[in-house]
Design a protein around this ligand. Structure first.
Ligand code: BMA
Length: 337
């Protein structure tokens, strides 16, 4: 009991307890700060009749089990958001039909192209943000309280923008979001992370740069926020994707930075090295090879354990584990000076 109490006191994580979260201890021979789930990928190619692949998705603890909002690319390759349920956060049943949203205004158009969702609980509501289509890629927003009825809200920004990631609480009385404005198309070679705030989740402004791509080669092409920021006593831990280019393609890795708790556009530490790069066959080979794209996280406030969900090669869903204190120590030790 004493050891358990020590663990509770030591961890920097500020989060509710999730004692049933997915977890595997770090293998004895692992020298990294993140380690992969031994049975990755947890969602394989073509997992249901109408789905080509399921990836870049996010999950939350719900009652005694887990819920998720999944990016499902259909056989026609059109991405949509689908609800999933799981007893343990690893074995998922995903609904065949996409989530339908109650629209606030017909002028917004139907949700026909939706991908890379993030899921964020703020007070008593669960918010989904995703890459929506409205004359180009922008940030769609919706809320639910029961995961049965989903209320769409206004798009947060003008096109072009991707990777809209809400903070799980208001900061200085305002809703807060990270996003990555960028140009038309996937292959543009720029994209930096910005912070924005809003009194009501409709009108977003006071946009501030958080950090730009580079300076390391592994993230020289573009960057984008990953899962919702993780609150710790040391700052907001932001896991993000960083993209580099090679002779024939891009490579997506996972990086980490600590942002100021009260002023998240202020970067306290930014790690020089990625925490994870594509290594396993399910990350290097698929519809888009060499992609690890983190979008979801479950954090246990009692133990400091993290399970990070990521899309692998735009084809599979996979999980890595980490301990918050180890990540923070690593980010600080290897921060750009
Ligand atoms: C980005 C997004 C992601 C995707 C990644 C790698 O631009 O489209 O959904 O995982 O490219 O293809």
């Amino acid at each position: 009991m004493k050891n358990e109490m020590d663990a509770i006191v030591k961890t920097a994580l500020i989060a509710d307890a999730v004692p049933n979260m997915p977890w595997e201890p770090k293998p004895a021979d692992c020298k990294e700060v993140v380690w992969r789930h031994s049975k990755n990928p947890i969602i394989d190619l073509h997992p249901m009749p109408k789905a080509r692949s399921v990836f870049n998705s996010c999950v939350i603890p719900w009652k005694d089990h887990f819920l998720g909002v999944f990016r499902v690319d259909s056989l026609s390759m059109d991405p949509m958001l689908h609800l999933g349920t799981s007893p343990d956060g690893l074995d998922w049943s995903i609904e065949e039909e996409p989530i339908t949203f109650i629209s606030p205004d017909p002028a917004l158009g139907k949700v026909t192209n939706a991908y890379d969702p993030r899921l964020c609980k703020i007070d008593d509501k669960y918010y989904i943000t995703w890459c929506n289509s409205y004359y180009g890629a922008t940030i769609g927003q919706a809320w639910t309280t029961d995961f049965k009825t989903f209320h769409q809200m206004e798009n947060a920004f003008l096109p072009f923008n991707r990777n809209g990631v809400l903070f799980p609480k208001k900061i200085n009385g305002k809703f807060a979001m990270l996003s990555r404005p960028m140009g038309l198309g996937m292959a543009v070679n720029y994209g930096d992370i910005f912070f924005s705030e809003s009194p009501d989740l409709t009108y977003w402004g006071k946009h501030r740069i958080v950090f730009t791509r580079g300076p390391g080669k592994w993230e020289r092409v573009k960057i984008g926020p990953g899962p919702i920021p993780i609150e710790t006593t040391e700052g907001w831990l932001l896991l993000y994707h960083g993209v580099t280019d090679t002779c024939d393609s891009f490579v997506y890795s996972m990086g980490a930075a600590l942002l100021d708790l009260n002023e998240p556009s202020k970067v306290l530490y930014r790690c020089q090295f990625p925490l994870m790069t594509p290594e396993k066959i399910y990350e290097t080979a698929g519809y888009v090879g060499n992609v690890v794209f983190p979008t979801g996280v479950i954090a246990d406030g009692d133990t400091g354990r993290l399970a990070v969900y990521y899309g692998a090669a735009d084809t599979y869903t996979a999980v890595v584990y980490a301990h918050i204190d180890e990540i923070i120590a690593y980010v600080k030790e290897h921060a750009w000076k």
